[in-house]
Design a protein around this ligand. Structure first.
Ligand code: ZN
Length: 119
């Protein structure tokens, strides 16, 4: 028999899924565009990084401080992308793991983050 809390959380999940509106789909689309933009930026930094290494070989100049800057910028882009993906998951996945709280697809059997069996 389900506990009171389980019944309530199930009801909330159903309500949230049923309440998925156009505004949420628009928001997901916007987040996806933001990710694409970050990925483009990251690609251009990688390109710049390659050019930097090439130039430094040609000129003999030490590129390490600029390389560090590029690496930091790439990490920043990656962190932004991860955060945007997390936000999309929040919209798309309404099944919460009881152990770690991670959002999971409604038909998932196990938590994608910690592996706990989902009910
Ligand atoms: Zn979990």
């Amino acid at each position: 028999m389900a506990t009171f809390d389980e019944v309530i959380s199930k009801a909330k999940t159903v309500a949230k899924t049923a309440g998925k509106k156009t505004s949420e789909l628009i928001e997901i689309t916007r987040l996806r565009l933001d990710i694409a933009e970050q990925e483009r930026e990251m690609a251009s930094i990688f390109e710049g990084l390659g050019r930097l290494i090439y130039d430094s070989k040609k000129t003999g100049e030490d590129p390490s401080s600029l390389v560090d800057e590029c690496v930091a910028s790439i990490d920043e882009c990656q962190a932004k992308i991860n955060e945007l993906k997390r936000q999309i998951d929040e919209y798309r996945y309404t099944l919460r793991c009881k152990e770690c709280g991670a959002p999971n697809p409604d038909d998932a059997a196990y938590c994608k983050k910690c592996g706990t069996k989902l009910e």
